[in-house]
Ligand binder design. Structure first.
Ligand code: HEM
Length: 354
């Protein structure tokens, strides 16, 4: 999609780059330096702090008997977590950080096909209806926010290597031998416990099962793609080189051939099962599979597990006005990452035993 191409550095980001040297280089940096398992562990203190801040805010609302907009609060906590891990600071509180988050939100709303994608000669319609101008503004916002964050890091005397931007800029400046990239590419069972740690999570099979079931039913990135490099016969289908193949992880996760009562939320299905979403079980691939599997898998699952487990431990949850779980509208909203269309408004009561 042409809009997305412009917004994401003309295809120079790791997601859009075709398989090749450039993608391999970026992917190696991401896998081995930015999101390796020890790095994800090292972000543990950020997870802890942001979860504690989140809980303190919910406690205040709970004490005032006010409902909690959990969608908004979790989005803010995730943004803080990601910007701190990525940039070393809670940029969500600075002017350029806020601008960057606005860019992400607005770019997500642009996730739709334009006539120009199918009929290039109809591109004038996008000029007239203001979409081209909106994309121009978005690209300006992206550059102003990221350039300022990068300059901030480059000028900082303590060239920190404990956040993603610091490591990337180290690579950019050639600090790591053999690797260099250009600036365009930078851019439960918890009795007596008050807090769930990352180690505790390892002993919480039901929590893991809940996360798997949640992402099976509502994969945030339901469709991803591959381009065939060679001719292949796939289950009787002839696929020509350069064919774009769409993979629908949502439909695979709902296929009755593999899942009993697929439409039901049943975490128990994962309890006595070795099925995982690490890309080996092809009927559960919300993070993709193979060479291009999501490198943020560990970061994402650690953050989700940590936040959800602590929120469950500290509070009892209910829907407002006595509504039951079945009444909850789980309709999804389109975007880069699919989310619930309407905000999740809930009432939190502090668990007196914690
Ligand atoms: C629940 C959270 C997430 C889900 C469900 C998810 C899902 C996915 C999926 C389905 C793909 C395409 C995989 C494929 O083509 O086989 C992908 C790619 C990618 N994801 Fe994630 N992701 C999540 C979080 C993250 C996070 C937190 C990061 C970074 C910190 C991240 C970074 C990436 C990158 C860089 C790629 C492109 C990899 C490549 O093309 O080589 N993701 N993700």
């Amino acid at each position: 999609m042409e809009y997305l191409n412009r917004i994401f550095y003309d295809g120079n980001d790791v997601i859009s780059l075709p398989y090749g040297d450039r993608w391999r280089k970026l992917r190696n940096i991401i896998l081995h330096e930015l999101l390796n398992s020890s790095r994800v562990r090292s972000f543990g203190s950020i997870r802890e702090e942001e979860t504690s801040l989140l809980m303190a805010r919910i406690e205040e609302l709970s004490a005032a008997s006010e409902p909690v907009n959990l969608t908004r609060m979790l989005a803010a906590a995730s943004n803080a977590l990601i910007t701190r891990a990525a940039f070393g600071k809670k940029y969500s509180e600075t002017e350029h950080g806020k601008m960057f988050l606005e860019f992400v939100e607005e770019a997500s709303g642009m996730f739709e096909f334009s006539l120009r994608d199918s009929f290039p000669w109809l591109g004038w319609i996008d000029r007239l209806n203001g979409r081209d101008a909106a994309v121009d503004r978005l690209v300006e916002k992206r550059d102003a926010s990221l350039d300022s964050i990068i300059q901030d890091h480059l000028q900082s005397s303590d060239a920190s290597r404990d956040n993603i931007m610091g490591i990337l800029l180290g690579n950019y400046k050639g600090d790591i031998p053999g690797v260099s990239i250009d600036l365009m590419s930078i851019k439960g069972t918890m009795k007596g416990k008050h807090h769930v740690t990352d180690d505790d999570l390892q002993e919480m099979p039901y929590m893991k099962a809940v996360i798997k079931e949640l992402i099976r039913l509502h994969p945030p990135l339901p469709i991803f793609s591959r381009v065939a490099r060679d001719h292949v016969n796939l289950m009787g289908y002839e696929v020509a080189p350069s064919t774009l193949v769409l993979i629908n992880a949502w439909a695979i996760g709902q296929d009755p051939a593999y899942w009993e009562e697929p439409e039901k939320f049943m975490p128990e299905r994962f309890l006595d099962s070795s099925i995982d979403f690490k890309g080996h079980d092809f009927h559960l691939i919300p993070f993709g599979s193979g060479r291009r599997i999501c490198p943020g898998y560990g970061f994402a699952t650690a953050a989700i597990g940590h936040m959800v487990a602590n929120l469950m431990l500290r509070f009892d949850w209910a829907l407002p006005n006595g509504a039951q779980g079945e009444d909850l509208d789980v309709t999804e909203r389109p975007g880069f990452a699919i989310g619930k269309d309407s905000a999740l408004i809930v009432v939190a009561t502090i668990n007196p035993n914690i």
